[in-house]
Design a binder for this molecule. Structure first.
Ligand SMILES: [Zn+2]
Ligand SMILES: [Zn+2]
Length: 278
């Protein structure tokens, strides 16, 4: 029997804050979220930015009263990666079983971080009391298996920390490396090894080189140029520029893509609705 491909769908591409304005709508204005349907009512989710609401709505349009399992992997807890969570309809469905994987931040386990965030006065409903069955797993160095996908993580360089996730399924690999500032040799080399030969590398390309050099060093993000360098060193098949700056219009992103492709032809730029096969 031939292998069953999965599709990782991108629901949110934007870093920092949603950008619902005309000049950014082609690539998309929602913050970070991706999901893969692994069949038999099992879903893998990467990050819970505002794109998560659209994924939840897509699920809500399916048959009701069915038990569904969600394995959610959080890169970190900055707003643009969790702000969609209170509006994720499966949270409020008693048939949902949701497992959050994330790292212990400032001594607080993932459960505590999320339960403090989804509670008054920030939100009128408490995560601690939602009807779905919610589990929490503090990430460690060991891979986790979800259905037949192996998920591994690697720490990145970012204020308050961030994790890269690698999804492996029957010889195909996707690396999700958002919110990472290049320039620390040990971390960069570790990410190259982690991404070696990947089919898709999704990489933080928040800044233009000039923006990074003049203003944003130490803010925890990278450039398309760092993305291309990593893709080349890791010999990945396909590079996806990700975590678009809120001030970058569709036109500027077109321009970044054009320039990046001169150095690494197999480059794409993340767009809402894009699907990566693995
Ligand atoms: Zn971010
Ligand atoms: Zn961040």
């Amino acid at each position: 029997m031939s292998r069953q491909d999965y599709a990782l769908r991108i629901w949110g591409v934007r870093g920092t804050i949603p950008t619902p304005i005309g000049q950014t709508l082609r690539y998309g204005g929602n913050t970070v979220c991706l999901s893969a349907d692994l069949g038999v009512e099992r879903y893998l989710v990467l990050d819970c930015g505002t794109g998560l609401r659209m994924f939840g709505n897509a699920i809500a349009s399916r048959q009701q009263g069915v038990e569904r399992h969600y394995s959610v992997f959080l890169s970190h807890y900055h707003f643009d990666h969790i702000q969609g969570l209170p509006f994720f309809t499966p949270l409020y469905d008693a048939h949902s079983v949701i497992t959050f994987h994330g790292f212990k931040s400032l001594g607080r386990p993932v459960r505590q971080v999320l339960e403090e965030f989804i509670a008054p006065p920030y939100f009128p409903v408490r995560l601690a009391g939602v009807p779905s069955k919610v589990n929490y797993v503090d990430a460690d160095a060991l891979p986790v298996t979800v259905s037949d996908v192996e998920v591994s993580c690697l720490p990145l360089r970012h204020p308050d920390g961030s994790l890269s996730y690698r999804l492996r399924h029957e010889g195909k690999t996707i690396v999700f490396a958002t919110d990472h500032e290049f320039g620390d040799e040990a971390t960069d080399n570790a990410l190259v090894r982690f991404s070696e030969g990947a089919d898709h590398l999704i990489y933080d390309a928040t800044y233009q080189q000039s923006e990074y050099e003049s203003l944003r060093r130490g803010w925890g993000h990278s450039t398309w140029y760092a993305a291309v360098n990593t893709a080349r060193q890791a010999k990945v098949k396909n590079l996806i520029l990700f975590h678009h700056h809120p001030d970058h219009s569709d036109r500027e992103l077109d321009e970044i893509l054009k320039v990046a492709r001169r150095d690494f032809p197999a480059t794409e730029i993340a767009q809402e609705g894009m699907e990566l096969r693995f």
